[in-house]
Design a protein around this ligand. Structure first.
Ligand code: PXL
Length: 277
């Protein structure tokens, strides 16, 4: 099968996040990547101060109708940064255009470092939860995971039991696999835990001391591409983390607004090719 994925998130014209990462990265994984832009911003909201915002909610159902008339179907969906009013129209698109057995990746992009992103209302996690239920792969960071569960984020000082309970509670929301990012038991290491309902897979890398916007989007894009290329949950999570680390290391200091993922696309394609052998 040659899968076609639909990525639903914003276009931040400058800033290396969301669709400007997903489209090249998932395409480089050898997966046909279609896009449904949720909004167009001049830049992302993480550090730029003059961003414009054009909400494309009204376009979603028109686009859906066009696709239905053309008989288009998708084998996979990957949702990221979306607006609160878009949850229902997006659920409708995923229902009406899903090919049989379509896989859903949900990155509940809304918060980081204990705080909601600018412009999202406090009740957004309850809305986002509706998109998360039924996901094949749910990829929250620690802050998003806490908000989805209606809890106060705990960003340090936790132990394995705390993390594993949280991952099991996320799983119980009605998802098939959970990949929790931003987990750290040791200040020098940062990693993820993936859970398929029976096993927990930890993956850690040395923590790179840089604030990097768009790393979650790069992680989710590589992860989705790797899963669709047939890699296992644990291998996809580990590959995504390795690519994010390489991209951060390849990013010049003055390039504060995103990660220079372009430089690591050759590494990504080589890793996928050797995994297929
Ligand atoms: O990387 C997540 C993201 C996506 N889209 C927009 C954002 C952010 C994070 O700040 O602002 C518009």
């Amino acid at each position: 099968m040659y899968p076609r994925l639909l990525s639903i998130q914003d276009v931040s014209c400058v800033g290396q996040c969301s669709l400007t990462v997903a489209l090249p990265v998932i395409s480089a994984c050898g997966i046909e990547t279609a896009v449904l832009p949720s909004a167009v911003l001049s830049t992302h909201t993480g550090g730029f101060h003059n961003y414009t915002f054009c909400d494309l909610t009204a376009e979603i159902s028109k686009i859906e109708q066009g696709w239905l008339k053309d008989g288009l179907k998708f084998d996979a969906f990957y949702t990221g940064y979306v607006c609160p009013a878009q949850i229902d129209p997006i659920l409708s698109v995923m229902k009406s255009t899903a090919a049989s057995g379509a896989v859903r990746f949900v990155d509940p992009v809304m918060a980081d470092n204990g705080k909601m992103y600018p412009g999202f209302p406090d009740d957004f996690p309850q809305q986002m939860l509706r998109l998360c239920r039924g996901a094949d792969y749910l990829l929250p960071n620690l802050t998003e995971a806490a908000f989805l569960l209606g809890r106060t984020p705990v960003l340090s000082g936790y132990d394995r039991a705390f993390i594993e309970n949280m991952v099991k509670d996320l799983y119980a929301l009605g998802v098939k696999n959970v990949v929790l990012t931003g987990v750290s038991f040791d200040p020098g290491q940062l990693g993820t835990v993936a859970y398929d309902g029976s096993r927990m897979f930890y993956d850690f890398n040395p923590r790179l001391e840089r604030i990097s916007h768009g790393t979650g989007d790069l992680y989710a894009s590589v992860f989705a591409g790797a899963i669709l290329r047939g890699l296992s949950l644990a291998d996809s999570a580990a590959l995504a983390a390795d690519i994010v680390c390489s991209a951060i290391a390849a990013t010049p200091d003055e390039h504060w607004y995103g990660v220079a993922f372009e430089k690591v696309i050759p590494e990504l394609t080589q890793r996928l090719a050797s995994a297929a052998r």
